[in-house]
Ligand binder design. Structure first.
Ligand SMILES: [Zn+2]
Length: 345
């Protein structure tokens, strides 16, 4: 299982309509065509990072397949009994397979797959389609994956199995080969920012969250805007201290930050975005492109007085440190070196 999949195991909130899914025109267009031609595969592998619409596409597909009166545009109606049950999370034919919380690493176990396999002996309760979403599919343990393989080899009629995975390599090739693969791409930050603003976030907060989201609307929504702003202010004050501080300050800073790799990673990302913003401004880019929009006056001042070579050197030092932390190198030593680089460039 990858880090991206290991995040908070929030339950799936059903999305009934494809039109509510942000981006993903290619994957959704493919599904719409398969639906309209009656050529759905019996199993799909939705590949993409957490929070980009894989589960939403699965529930919208389940809604559309079971809806009593789909619209001419190919969407579910949203008001029939099936749509209402799906929205309420009580649809008897939508089956969510999530890892059980027992054990050190959450796993989807063979008992869960067996239970689902027993169901497949009977037609869907509502007379439509039974849709199973397995998320994250990388949590299937070996026994569960083998049991699932049997179902995929002999697909029961009017059953649709959707596996959601961060990457294909997380799964057994035998499973992958029996699914139709659809890729869900990370979303462009501009699109995420727009959506956050639509949901009432002030533009400056939306820009910062979008820049830190890694292309995942789910992650952007999960970031606490207040905490984010506090972290950012701390990062800017740290950068200031580093640039004028002595060796003792640098070592103390590294020691503090090394205690949490997650916090160190946030520092590296936020600091990198600061230098990126300076480069954008110096190159004549509009303020809407900035991540730290609410600090525009400071950015403008520094973009006039600073040197692009310095910002680039610092960006490279930050990205090197990020790589070293990701490779589990000694965090304190990595940050010591970074601190001295930031202080002397
Ligand atoms: Zn309906």
């Amino acid at each position: 299982m990858t880090d991206k999949e290991r995040g908070p195991q929030s339950e799936v909130t059903p999305t009934l309509f494809f039109r509510d899914i942000l981006g993903q025109a290619r994957a959704l267009g493919y599904l719409a065509m398969a639906l309209s031609q009656g050529r759905l595969a019996h199993a799909y592998l939705f590949v993409g990072p957490e929070g980009v619409g894989r589960a939403a596409a699965a529930t919208a597909l389940a809604a559309r397949l079971n809806c009593a009166g789909p619209t001419p545009e190919g969407e579910a109606c949203g008001v029939c009994p099936s749509c209402r049950r799906l929205a309420a999370g009580t649809h008897p034919d939508f089956y969510l397979l999530r890892p059980t919380s027992e054990g050190r690493q959450p796993q989807i176990k063979i008992e869960q797959i067996r239970e689902f396999r027993q169901l497949t002996a009977y037609p869907p309760v509502g007379g439509g389609w039974r849709v199973a979403l397995i998320k994250p599919a990388a949590a299937l343990n070996d026994a569960a994956a083998n049991a699932l393989l049997k179902t995929l080899e002999e697909p029961p009629p009017r059953h649709l199995i959707i596996l959601a995975a961060a990457q294909e390599g997380d799964l057994f090739p035998t499973l992958v080969s029996r699914c139709q693969k659809l890729t869900f791409a990370p979303l462009p930050p501009a699109l995420i920012r727009q959506e956050l603003e639509k949901r009432g976030r002030p533009p400056a907060q939306a820009a910062l969250a979008a820049a830190l989201s890694g292309g995942s609307l789910g992650r952007a929504l999960a970031l606490d805007p207040e905490v984010l702003l506090t972290q950012r202010d701390q990062v800017l004050s740290d950068l200031d201290t580093l640039s004028r501080g002595g060796a003792a300050d640098i070592l103390a800073w590294a020691q503090r930050l090394a205690k949490s790799v997650a916090e160190a990673d946030t520092f590296l990302t936020l600091a990198a975005l600061w230098y990126r913003d300076l480069l954008v401004l110096r190159a004549g880019g509009p303020p809407e492109l900035l991540a730290h929009q609410d600090r525009l006056p400071e950015l403008q001042g520094e973009s006039l007085s600073g040197r692009p070579e310095t910002w680039l050197t610092r960006l490279l030092a930050l990205s090197r440190a990020q790589r070293h932390l990701a490779a589990n190198l000694n965090p304190e030593l990595t940050l010591d070196i970074l601190g001295f680089r930031l202080a002397t460039t």
